[in-house]
Design a protein around this ligand. Structure first.
Ligand SMILES: [Zn+2]
Length: 345
């Protein structure tokens, strides 16, 4: 079959390329960069073979690598170190519900038992721990439903049965499509460094208003109207009023982290839900809104409440943003100094 030939050509091109050889001594950063390049070419190859746009595959992979990172889920354990993708198919899905052998790799018996696992690299095995087999299987699975955004959403619903997962994957794919590349990085401190501001670590402190709860974030004190900026590349997921946070904006980044900016006195009207922002983009302004019905303000001194939440595939939990804030502040100050003295990079 022409199909099979394509897959074999893909295999050869991926593994003959010297970029694939592992240099054990290379730094973590360049290893990461290499993996990003390899992933990008793998997804582009899959687009050629199956017609599924590369950024949908990239988004599913990014989502899966994120939720499986902590090892709490039964992620891809075998050959974990060498793998560049994170597609983790449940065995019953891969091999078929009634397949007596959950580790079956025979494409013929897999399809007999209704498993979706496919042989992508032409070695006669459908291995759910192999990058090419899993990427090809995911692409083929999505392709069955069609190629529009709605088709992909239906396919993802069948696979994850969770609205939040579909929303997050759609956000990821819109970022990748927007930049037309996989390597999207960078950061900024939430308020411009030349404004007057102050903050300290207050995560976990008790909070009175609205019942007993803990402080899930860092307060950055600054004057009314101080610009509030996106800290990472991401998609605006929420924007509006919330009784605790007042006027608030929520941005999801590619690490599946939700950045929550609260107590604003106004938004940058340029942005709406679903828009893509980059580090440093002004999304609103410092205020003192919140602790009541829409429009309530002035119940506390103006400040930006900044919280971060991570989604683990089932639920979202908050963690202390203070260390990240310190790092972004330091990095931005250093980059400014560098560019001021004429050096770049
Ligand atoms: Zn706060």
């Amino acid at each position: 079959m022409v199909y099979k030939l394509f897959v074999i050509v893909l295999l050869v091109s991926l593994f003959v390329s010297p970029a694939h050889l592992h240099a054990a001594s290379s730094k973590e950063e360049s290893t990461r960069g290499k993996a990003v390049k390899e992933r990008q070419s793998l997804f582009e190859h899959m687009e050629t073979i199956t017609g599924v746009p590369w950024y949908y595959l990239a988004a599913v992979d990014q989502y899966e690598r994120n939720i499986n990172k902590n090892g709490k889920e039964k992620g891809p354990s075998r050959q974990n170190k060498e793998r560049i993708t994170g597609f983790a198919f449940p065995p019953a899905f891969w091999s078929g519900m009634l397949n007596p052998n959950p580790d079956d790799t025979n494409p013929r018996t897999l399809s007999f038992f209704g498993g979706i696992g496919k042989d992508g690299d032409g070695d006669g095995k459908a291995d759910r721990f192999n990058d090419i087999d899993t990427a090809y299987t995911m692409a083929s699975y999505l392709a069955q439903f069609g190629f529009t955004e709605d088709d992909i959403r239906i396919a993802l619903w069948q696979y994850y049965a969770r609205d939040k997962s579909i929303e997050i994957i759609s956000e990821f794919s819109s970022i990748y499509e927007h930049y037309n590349r996989l390597d999207v990085s960078g950061s900024a401190f939430p308020v411009p460094l030349h404004y007057n501001y102050s903050y300290r670590s207050t995560w976990g402190d008790a909070r009175g208003w609205g019942g007993r709860r803990i402080h899930e974030g860092t307060d950055i004190f600054a004057g009314y109207g101080t610009p509030v900026r996106a800290t990472r590349h991401g998609v605006i997921e929420t924007r509006g009023w919330n009784p605790y946070g007042g006027w608030r904006v929520g941005i999801r980044d590619l690490d599946n982290v939700y950045h929550y900016y609260a107590h604003l006195n106004g938004f940058n009207k340029k942005y709406k839900i679903g828009d893509i922002v980059k580090p440093g983009d002004v999304i609103g302004y410092v205020g003192s809104s919140g602790y009541g019905k829409p429009g309530t303000a002035g119940k506390f001194p103006p400040h930006l409440h900044y919280g971060i939440y991570r989604d683990n595939g089932r639920t979202e939990f908050s963690y202390d943003p203070y260390p990240s804030l310190k790092r972004w502040e330091r990095e931005e100050a250093r980059n400014k100094k560098k560019s001021a003295s004429g050096k770049t990079g």
